[in-house]
Design a protein around this ligand. Structure first.
Ligand code: NAD
Length: 631
């Protein structure tokens, strides 16, 4: 009898290209030159730069490098549109978001092909993943807009939002950013990555068709300088950035002290952990999805394979066999698994990192696929023999490169998984639910997938911690990134300092009544549940708003900070206590704060001169209750 393997050998996998006719016609319709979309209108293209098709290196069109004056205009248009957009109400905005979702579906193939031409990822991915998820995001957020009044009572829109995204999933990143911002009633100035701007520009067109009022969505194109102009613009109330940790750090320091709300979705070096009892064939398929999806240019790519020593050889043999079956070629061919890298710069970076690993003695295994002669291509690659501290095991490569290491015990797996500065995602593969539930909470990552990979949904918040950033996109938690509690409006921007003469007012009464500042007190440090004298042996004088001496407090040293960090690590059992227990502790703290509210308010008033310290304490109590409710 003929086996299935024999039949497969006789089958011809001919090319199955998707037509690019409509996408090219759209570029032609714009004479392959694009301006900016500001205040509902297109500016004439100026100061242009070329955007290329990464699969063949040919120019697709010219894009405008926005100037600071353009960013000023975009921010002003967004500011002017705010009142009207908010006056539409939640229901009115829900209708517009719903229309945007429908428009994305109606033009799904045009968007998908355009994205493939621009980015180099396969049309299978743009068609089957990016587009459905982007549309789903707008549908989901139409729901939040509708429910805003009842679900987020006590909150208002932040205002004008600056949004900057990378090139790896251009339209999907746009949806993650723009949908929640609009649902909450904000207006946006959005900047796509310089390599991949077309789907954002097509989105601008559908905004016009879907009835998005002028100025609510503004799209400016260009490189990092345009990004900087948005970041530093005083008219921006919130920044939402997705990109490299390096740039995220710059943005964090540029916005510090500015009062701008900020969310950062940054890089990753995610572990893919395979235990010996895992379904190894399923894990191989999960791995393909995790590291070779979008040529590995995914923030949460499972780029570090950690496999239990007892099955390492067997598993790696299966991985290599599967890698040899991956098909690399024209991204518009529907039967391809691997497309092109976004730009020669990315190819150069990946090649540099892999060659450095080779020079360090690592073993490099690449599948024997033929690379097209023009464009930016890199074969799926497996690196073994790297130490846990090697650059290739620590640096985010952002390409189709997998680094494999082994572990012996579950604690060692956790230790290796956490041996990175990032904390975005992780995959755990085991047939034991107890093991999975024991391991998953110990991994420092925003998302842990069990026996699967890359599961995204608009209803589920996504984001990282540590050097992978902060803030969430999607779900209820993602909505808070675009809302401000009304209670914050009640606070003055800078607390007016009221200097009262000694011997009068509440502070003086406190002074006199409890003698708090008359006896010789030194406020110590609080580390590991105990009062501790500062290791430095120094104290620091604290003065009231009028400059009068209040008390000495301990001056913490580096050693104290180390002790405190160590104590926090030792207290990791806190994370394992039940949510119910943690909520009770938070309620208890709130209750204690409430019973001493007057004393706290008076101390705050004395130290800062703030006139509304009672409201400040009240707001803190409410916050504690709020978080207790969420635990
Ligand atoms: P990048 O940081 O170089 O660029 C991202 C965006 O920021 C681009 O639009 C760019 O023009 C702009 N930019 C560059 N310099 C800037 C500056 N100084 N100020 C303001 N804006 C500036 O990142 P990239 O190479 O385009 O994208 C790859 C990175 O994105 C990877 O590190 C990847 O992990 C990360 N990423 C993270 C997520 C996530 O959800 N955590 C998702 C996708 C990509």
């Amino acid at each position: 009898m003929t086996s299935i393997q024999d039949i497969l050998k006789t089958m011809d996998y001919g090319p199955s290209p998707e037509s690019q006719k409509e996408a090219l016609a759209w570029l032609e319709q714009h004479e392959r030159r694009f301006g900016l979309f500001i205040n509902g209108a297109w500016s004439a293209p100026s100061n242009t730069f070329a955007s290329f098709n990464p699969a063949d290196g040919k120019e697709l069109a010219q894009l405008t490098q926005a100037t600071t004056a353009d960013v000023d205009r975009a921010v002003a248009a967004a500011r002017a549109a705010l009142a009207g957009w908010q006056a539409l109400g939640g229901h009115g905005r829900a209708k517009v978001l719903y229309a945007l979702a429908r428009q994305l579906q109606k033009h799904a193939r045009l968007f998908a092909v355009l994205e493939t031409l621009d980015n180099g990822k396969t049309v299978r991915e743009t068609r089957d993943v990016d587009l459905p998820l982007a549309a789903r995001h707008f549908y989901h957020h139409a729901g939040w807009a509708q429910l805003l009044g009842e679900e987020f009572a006590g909150y208002r829109a932040v205002g004008v939002v600056g949004q900057i995204v990378p090139w790896n999933s251009p339209l999907l990143m746009l949806a993650w950013k723009i949908a929640p911002a609009l649902a909450a009633g904000n207006c946006v100035v959005f900047k796509p990555a310089e390599f991949t701007s077309f789907t954002a520009l097509l989105f601008a067109e559908i905004c016009q068709r879907a009835g998005v009022p002028a100025g609510v969505v503004n799209i400016v194109t260009g490189d990092g300088e345009v990004g900087q102009a948005i970041v530093n613009h005083p008219g921006i109330d919130k920044l939402a950035f997705t990109g490299s940790t390096e740039v995220g750090r710059l943005i964090r320091s540029a916005t510090a002290g500015s009062g701008k709300k900020l969310s950062l979705e940054l890089g990753g070096k995610s572990p893919f952990i395979v235990f010996e009892d895992a379904d190894l064939d399923a894990a191989v398929e999960g791995l393909v999805d995790s590291i070779w999806f979008n040529q590995g240019q995914v923030c949460c790519a499972g780029s570090r394979l950690l496999v239990q020593e007892s099955v390492q050889a067997r598993f790696l043999a299966k991985v290599k066999a599967r890698m040899d079956k991956l098909r690399l070629g024209s991204p518009l061919d529907k039967s391809m698994d691997i497309g092109a890298l976004v730009d020669p710069v990315q190819l150069q970076r990946i090649t540099g990192l892999v060659e450095a690993a080779r020079a360090e003695g690592c073993e490099i295994w690449q599948c024997a696929c033929e690379l097209p002669v023009s464009g930016s291509w890199y074969p799926p690659t497996l690196i073994t023999g790297a130490s846990a501290s090697a650059a290739v095991a620590q640096t985010e490569i952002f390409g189709p490169v997998l680094v494999a290491m082994s572990f012996r015990t579950p604690p060692e797996a956790v230790q290796l998984a956490n041996n990175t500065v990032y904390g975005l995602a992780a995959c755990v593969w085991t047939e034991s639910i107890s093991l999975a539930l024991d391991i998953a909470p110990q991994i420092k990552a925003g998302v842990v997938w069990i026996n699967t990979a890359n599961q995204f949904d608009a209803a589920c918040g996504f984001g990282g911690y540590r050097e992978s950033g902060f803030g969430r996109e999607g779900g209820r938690e993602g909505m808070y990134e675009y809302l401000t509690p009304l209670a914050e409006d009640a606070r003055p921007d800078t607390p007016p300092r009221v200097v009262k003469p000694e011997g009068s007012g509440k502070a003086a009464a406190l002074h006199a009544s409890c003698g708090a500042f008359d006896i010789d007190r030194t406020a110590k440090l609080y580390i590991g549940g105990k009062q501790a004298r500062p290791d430095s042996g120094y104290s620091r004088a604290i003065h009231d708003a009028g400059g009068a001496f209040l008390a000495d407090v301990g001056e913490g040293s580096r050693k104290d900070i180390r002790n405190a960090v160590e104590a926090a690590h030792k207290a990791s059992a806190w994370a394992k206590t039940t949510a119910h227990n943690r909520a009770q502790v938070l309620y208890y703290i709130a209750e204690n704060l409430a019973s001493r509210a007057q004393e706290f308010a008076e101390r705050l008033q004395r130290m800062t001169g703030a006139v509304d310290s009672e409201r400040e304490v009240q707001a803190s109590i409410e916050r504690l209750f709020y978080y207790a409710a969420w635990v």
